[in-house]
Design a protein around this ligand. Structure first.
Ligand SMILES: NC(=O)c1ccc[n+]([C@@H]2O[C@H](COP(=O)([O-])OP(=O)(O)OC[C@H]3O[C@@H](n4cnc5c(N)ncnc54)[C@H](O)[C@@H]3O)[C@@H](O)[C@H]2O)c1
Ligand SMILES: [Zn+2]
Ligand SMILES: [Zn+2]
Length: 391
């Protein structure tokens, strides 16, 4: 089959790789119908996620058709149209049973790599390095889906492929930020980053009853999209002091909940951007946390900050004093998609959550390297490039 392979920093190519096979009784093989780029893939491209190997198939947000099932698969059959969660959960361990699927104790066979780094590992993740299990990703014609009874969700008739595909990763990630960030009716919520994840977090905050949602980015087309499709207020961080602006718009108090949807390759208009980028490239610092710092600084006293953006290691100048003295709750996680996907599919079916507009570009799998160029460099208004292996 054809697949998009990571070959080294900023190097991708479409290659022929062996077709996947059922390895365990609870696996299924899914023919990929649609799969999309994600900000998390940019961290792989940039070489900031450890344990990638040349030839690894990337991609983790996808929808497809079940074409083969293992002997112990109960909830799915050949022909089902399913959205597959980007995170792999076994469904039976303590973490999965407590709905914390991205912390699954069984799905990452290479957990030792991150146990060493973090004192604990994440679940397996499709196409996301050997540190997250070394699973082949979804930018391919077929994917092996382990624990498919738990990780794949049948898509209701009437919900189109692209709308459903975004409930694999971006929509549940955004929802988790608002949900575990503790958004309550009447809250003011600020969201850093207007990629698909930030826009989904902003929409989730609204659906959870936030009175006002303020989204922050620098790309005019992304800001316009967030204001048009999500109904959020927006701030261009290159033209204004974000913290002062948020104070101004919240009667001096600051947002109740701050959601960071930017991650380790954050940008900053200040001169410190050059220093931190150089430090990261030299591996003197592993992540550039501009948006995290700003969120902690801007948050109202006693408020909560949820970090959706992916970070890998240690950061400099973490505002621990602000966090402690202002009584903040700071959390983060890889997404617990299994917890939210059925509810999100219902909301998509009812038209409460619109996701399809995020797919600004659609192309065949052969054109995936071009899609990543558009997405990484935010060219031509690209928010997400969607690949259709059957095209
Ligand atoms: N926790 C999870 O499970 C999970 C799941 C999916 C994605 N992610 C992470 O979420 C983050 C966003 O993903 P995406 O697909 O939306 O990526 P994206 O690259 O499309 O969007 C990131 C946005 O952040 C903006 N940005 C950069 N610096 C900023 C700053 N200082 N302040 C405000 N905005 C800034 C960029 O302009 C860009 O629009 C990534 O780090 C990704 O790895 C996490
Ligand atoms: Zn993702
Ligand atoms: Zn588990």
């Amino acid at each position: 089959m054809k697949a998009l392979c990571w070959q080294g920093v900023n190097e991708l190519s479409v290659e022929r790789v062996p077709d996947p096979e059922i390895l365990n009784a609870q696996d299924a093989i899914v023919r990929v119908i649609a799969t999309t780029t994600c900000g998390s893939d940019l961290h792989l491209l940039g070489g900031y996620i450890p344990a990638m190997r040349a030839g690894d198939v990337i991609g983790h947000e996808f929808l497809g058709e079940v074409v083969e099932v293992g002997p112990e698969v109960r909830r799915h059959k050949v022909g089902d149209r399913v959205v597959v969660c980007s995170i792999i959960g076994c469904g039976r361990c303590w973490q999965c049973q407590h709905d914390m699927w991205s912390l699954c104790e069984n799905s990452n066979p290479k957990s030792g790599l991150t146990d060493e780094l973090w004192g604990g590992s994440t679940a397996g993740i499709f196409g996301y390095s050997h540190a997250m299990g070394g699973f082949r990703g979804s930018h391919a014609e077929y994917a092996r889906v382990p624990f498919v009874d738990y990780g794949a969700f049948s898509v209701p008739d009437g919900v189109d492929d692209i709308s459903a595909m975004f409930t694999s990763d971006s929509a549940p990630t955004g929802w988790m930020g608002a949900d575990l960030g503790g958004v309550k009716p009447g809250d003011v919520v600020a969201v850093w980053g207007c990629g698909a994840v930030g826009q989904m977090a902003a929409r989730a905050a609204m659906l959870l009853g936030a009175e006002r949602v303020i989204a922050i980015d620098r790309f005019p087309e992304r800001l316009a999209m967030t204001s048009r499709h999500v109904g959020a207020e927006v701030i261009d961080y290159t033209t204004t002091d974000v913290t002062a602006e948020l104070r101004e718009r919240t009667g001096g108090r600051g947002p109740d909940v701050c959601i960071e949807a930017v991650g380790m390759e954050a940008h900053s208009p200040g001169v410190e951007y050059r220093f931190e980028k150089a430090k990261q490239q030299l591996r003197i610092e592993l992540d550039r946390p501009f948006a995290v710092r700003e969120a902690i600084f801007a948050c109202r006293k006693g408020g909560s900050v949820f970090i959706l953006g992916v970070f890998a290691g240690a950061v400099d100048k973490f505002p621990l004093g602000a966090m402690m003295n202002k009584g903040l709750t700071v959390r983060g996680a890889q997404q617990h998609g299994h917890r939210y996907i059925p509810m999100l599919l219902d909301r998509v079916a009812r038209g409460e959550l619109v996701t399809s507009y995020l797919a600004t570009h659609e192309m065949s799998l052969d054109d995936a390297p071009l899609g990543y160029d558009l997405f990484k460099n935010k060219k031509d208004g690209c928010v997400r490039a969607v690949f259709r292996p059957g095209m």
